[in-house]
Design a protein around this ligand. Structure first.
Ligand code: C2E
Ligand code: MG
Ligand code: MG
Ligand code: MG
Length: 278
């Protein structure tokens, strides 16, 4: 009997694996097609200067409008794009698209683009960034590249060299999701980042959880003493904003100031900017 059960369990497992593999393959084909058919788009979320309460930039965020399933969040398809290597051509498209869009904005307004660690395995990455800048005519200091700590985890020496080569183009480099990695502080020693983005998980508990509050204060202080701009992600309430302003945080990003939205909406938001001072 045990044997029969084992047999059926194995069968069950096999069937489950099979259907998992099939649905994954389908997703993979879908993603290939989406890229070919231009079902991918960028949404832009405003980044606001805390003291002036004005828009100083936008972060470009990938969106996939799946014909049958609707909006697929990047948390679901970016990992798939990374596993299949598709993130390299998609990432190149994101860079060109974001730079072209930003070249239409008023001069100092910047655009931030997320880079996957997989893009660092591509020897053409620096050339891709250089080309995106050249094609759009965007001044390099108006482009910010966001990397997570994982870039410094694997192949860290080669990746640090690439980060330096990227910065030699004149772009700024930001560390995204600061505080969520294993060893955030040591990464600041490996590469002199221009910017630290404090992860949303700390910001959302500001003023409620004493540990998160203390961590946010410490990171802002650290940024101040290292001369690195600090940005708080995921600011949703005026109370969080007031708290961050008191602590001396440089920039904020979050639903309080705007959700990621299509390029045309981002342009309109810039024109209505005084609304932010409300
Ligand atoms: P991220 O770079 O840390 O982006 C910030 C995420 O926080 C975005 O999620 C944004 O929509 C969300 N967010 C912003 N403000 C708020 C807020 O006030 N409340 C809440 N609850 N969420 C907020 P999104 O767009 O789903 O992107 C998730 C992640 O996917 C990004 O995290 C980034 O790691 C990755 N990603 C997005 N676009 C790209 C891309 O073009 N290339 C690569 N490699 N990764 C990307
Ligand atoms: Mg980011
Ligand atoms: Mg982030
Ligand atoms: Mg994040």
């Amino acid at each position: 009997r045990a044997k029969a059960e084992g047999g059926s369990l194995a069968h069950c497992f096999e069937a489950a694996m099979d259907s998992w593999a099939r649905s994954r393959r389908r997703r993979e084909t879908d993603l290939h097609e989406a890229f070919a058919r231009c079902d991918l788009a960028l949404a832009y979320q405003p980044v606001v200067d805390v003291r002036a309460r004005t828009i100083v930039g936008f972060e470009a965020l990938l969106r996939w409008h799946h014909p049958a399933e609707g909006m697929v969040p990047p948390a679901e398809f970016v990992p798939l794009a990374e596993e299949t290597g598709l993130i390299v051509p998609i990432g190149a498209w994101v860079l060109r698209q974001a730079c072209a869009e930003a070249s239409l904005w008023a001069d100092p307004v910047r655009v931030a683009v997320n880079l996957s660690p997989v893009q660092f395995r591509d020897p053409g990455l620096v050339a891709t960034v250089r080309e995106a800048l050249a094609l759009s005519g965007l001044a390099p200091q108006r482009l910010e590249l966001e990397v997570t700590e994982s870039v410094l985890l694997a192949a860290s020496e080669a990746n640090v060299a690439t980060l330096h080569a990227l910065r030699d183009l004149g772009v700024r480099i930001a560390m995204d999701d600061f505080g969520t990695g294993y060893c955030s502080l040591s990464y600041l020693q490996k590469f002199p980042f221009d910017k630290i983005k404090i992860d949303r998980s700390f910001v959302s508990r500001l003023g409620e959880d004493p540990h998160s509050t203390a961590i946010v204060r410490a990171v802002i202080g650290l940024g101040a003493s290292l001369g690195i701009v600090t940005v708080a992600e995921g600011v949703e309430t005026e109370a969080q904003f007031a708290h961050l302003r008191e602590e001396g945080c440089g920039e904020v990003q979050g639903y309080l100031f705007g959700r990621p939205s299509p390029a045309t909406a981002a342009r309109a938001l810039m024109q209505r900017e005084p609304d932010l001072a409300a």
